[in-house]
Design a protein around this ligand. Sequence first.
Ligand code: 5GP
Length: 202
Amino acid sequence: MSKIFVFSGASGVGKSSVLKQVMATRQDLRFSVSCTTRAPRPGEEDGVHYYFMSRDDFEEALSHGEILEHTVYCGNYYGTLRSEVERVLAAGHDLILEIEADGAMQVKRLFPDTITVMLIPPNGEVLEARLRGRGTETDDIILARLRRAREEIVISEKYDYIVVNQDGGVRQCAEDIASILHSEHLRSFRMKHVTSRFFGEE
Ligand code: 5GP
């Protein structure tokens, strides 16, 4: 049975590095490429990191029901394409959405079995240092992202799991997340295909 995992975390907390390690160890997991109206960062490729879109195109896709969930994050639209989710689930794979908390709650409402995982930094100072160290955003954007990060920490209580990214702890976080994924496969309500084998036709 395919499962949907939502993976959130403040900007700069290290989501991409952690996710990369997780994906390398789980062949059954597919990443949902989101669409956004934000400009690509150096090294980001269209169709790989995001589908980069104009505001008009995004709004048109929204009005045609092509976007499953969306949010406005620091002035830009971000959304999950319905087609992306349907394609992966139809192929029987697990799906991971790397989206922020507002979208996470929308997905949980649509698919109540969704498993939500929030990656948080050990504290605010570490997060600010990481965001500034990345050197890809202006001061205004960094401050807006820090504000949003604080809001996300409050919302993290609504998540199923919280993983803390201690400094340099990408490997540990990836292991934590891999064990969450593994345990979720073994939840009793997802094991009916096995337990039912003991009660054949009588
Ligand atoms: P960034 O600009 O740093 O790539 O992403 C900013 C925020 O948008 C991150 O928290 C990221 O998880 C979130 N995000 C990326 N794609 C989506 C999406 O499709 N939907 C929602 N709701 N958030 C997204």
